[in-house]
Design a protein around this ligand. Structure first.
Ligand code: NAD
Ligand code: MG
Length: 402
């Protein structure tokens, strides 16, 4: 049996809404964070905002806070503290600053669910703290599970905390599993759009600049995940995310390129039957589903029309060209600290690419060299994950000369 804590168990009975769910948005100024606030604005009877956090966009954080009235906000960049404090003190809002303040806010009692929407490794510690604090997690930050999925999921089981995916593919899988608690998953089919360079070969990719890579055909997202989508690293990270979230083996995961992004992912059961979740690509839907689970809320998002749409197509990924997906698959099968090293090297590679320090294809070389260099730890503890992350980051940075 697959018995992760996030295995949906409700059989869909309509339940009255008891009281408003108190949401803490970690990473509220990002693509996911702002879309979550759009959803909350439409449903003031269901949700209230209790905590907002941002790295450095203080203007937007102030604007959001005045509008949604959280009791606490965190600005990570301490140079922005005074301006945020001066703007929000008159509204009776507690303002904290610095990296540690994220964990302090996560340990607060006064909220029900954390929307983990910080990008990268930086999201891991606050999310662990929220789980330890017994809070439900709506998980957008896939890097948390890539780095330390075994420990995160074990803690969630121990604290009986549901981890509900926001990533559209994982939300799709989660939705396919509603009502299937007794049934074993044979295979999870993760769909990938293929990104903006689908069908391209290395001779084309070598000249790609960040302006091209940031333009995704189907989704509008933050910079890091946009680059990850262009290199297919995003799909690699999502394989590892799925492995932990649904308690499945690496060999049970298959990636299929589906350029139209209408089927968000599928589950094949032991009888060979396949369930898919479909819809137009819009992150507001999985965000809303995670926040309202087990309810579905009516909305006016555009609907998919089978009679008007183009053909849906499927093909295998080109892992010879998009080698990041091969590296991630390898890291997933190796296990141990390999995914943490992969993730750290990738964060530095993307950082370097976004600052024009390395080319598109060189990102893969940097990750590969880092993975070859950092010592493999087969059964890491949490501290090993932190140390592997730091070691990989440092080594990758020396290759980049930063
Ligand atoms: P983004 O870059 O748009 O926003 C990131 C947020 O995190 C911002 O609020 C920023 O202030 C904050 N942040 C950045 N660095 C930080 C740090 N070091 N410490 C604390 N806060 C920090 O990113 P996004 O596109 O919203 O993605 C957020 C997460 O959700 C990522 O893990 C991404 O993989 C995942 N995700 C995003 C999408 C999408 O459509 N954008 C889809 C699926 C999954
Ligand atoms: Mg996704």
């Amino acid at each position: 049996m697959n018995q992760g804590p996030s295995q949906p168990s409700s059989q869909g009975a309509i339940r009255p809404v008891e009281r408003r769910k108190r949401i803490a948005i970690f990473g509220s100024t990002g693509s996911i964070g702002t879309q979550a606030l759009d959803v909350i604005r439409e449903h003031p009877d269901r949700f209230e905002v209790c905590i907002l956090t941002a790295h450095s966009n203080h203007d937007l954080l102030i604007e959001q806070s005045i509008r949604f009235k959280p009791h606490t906000v965190v600005i990570v960049d301490e140079r922005r503290y005074e301006s945020v404090r001066d703007a929000l003190m008159p509204h009776g809002i507690r303002v904290l600053a610095g990296v540690e303040a994220l964990e302090e806010a996560a340990a607060d009692d006064e909220y029900d669910m954390m929307l983990a929407a910080i990008v990268g490794f930086a999201g891991l510690k606050p999310t662990l703290r929220a789980i330890d604090n017994g809070k439900s997690i709506a998980l957008a930050n896939k890097e948390t599970l890539v780095v330390a999925g075994d420990i995160v999921m074990q803690l969630a089981v121990a604290r009986q905390v549901p981890i509900i995916p926001v990533d559209s593919e994982h939300s799709a899988i989660f939705q396919c599993l509603v009502g299937e608690t007794r049934n074993r998953i044979e295979k999870v089919i993760l769909t990938a759009s293929g990104g903006p360079f689908l069908g391209r070969k290395p001779n084309y990719l070598v000249n790609i600049r960040k302006e091209h890579a940031l333009r995704h055909p189907n989704w509008s997202m933050g910079a890091k995940i946009s680059i990850d989508s262009a290199t297919l690293m995003n799909k690699g990270l999502e394989m590892i995310e799925a492995r932990w979230l649904f308690n499945i083996k690496p060999e049970q995961i298959q990636v299929v390129v589906h350029p139209q992004s209408i089927i968000h992912s599928m589950v094949q059961f032991e009888d060979g039957s396949i369930k898919a979740q479909m819809g137009l690509p819009d992150m507001k839907l999985p965000i809303q589903y995670a926040m309202a689970y087990p309810d579905r809320i009516s909305n006016d998002f555009p609907r998919y029309d089978f009679t008007k749409s183009a053909t849906l197509t499927f093909e295998p990924p080109d892992t010879k060209t998009f080698r990041n997906l091969a590296l991630a698959t390898d890291a997933m099968f190796r296990g141990g600290n390999a995914p943490a090293v992969l993730n750290a090297a990738n964060e530095i590679a993307v950082y370097g690419f976004l600052r024009n320090k390395i080319g598109f294809l060189e990102m893969t070389d940097l990750i590969e060299k880092t993975m070859a260099r950092i010592e493999f730890i087969p059964r890491p503890g949490l501290q090993d994950y932190f140390e592997s992350d730091a070691a990989a980051r440092n080594f990758a940075a020396t290759l980049l000369d930063i």
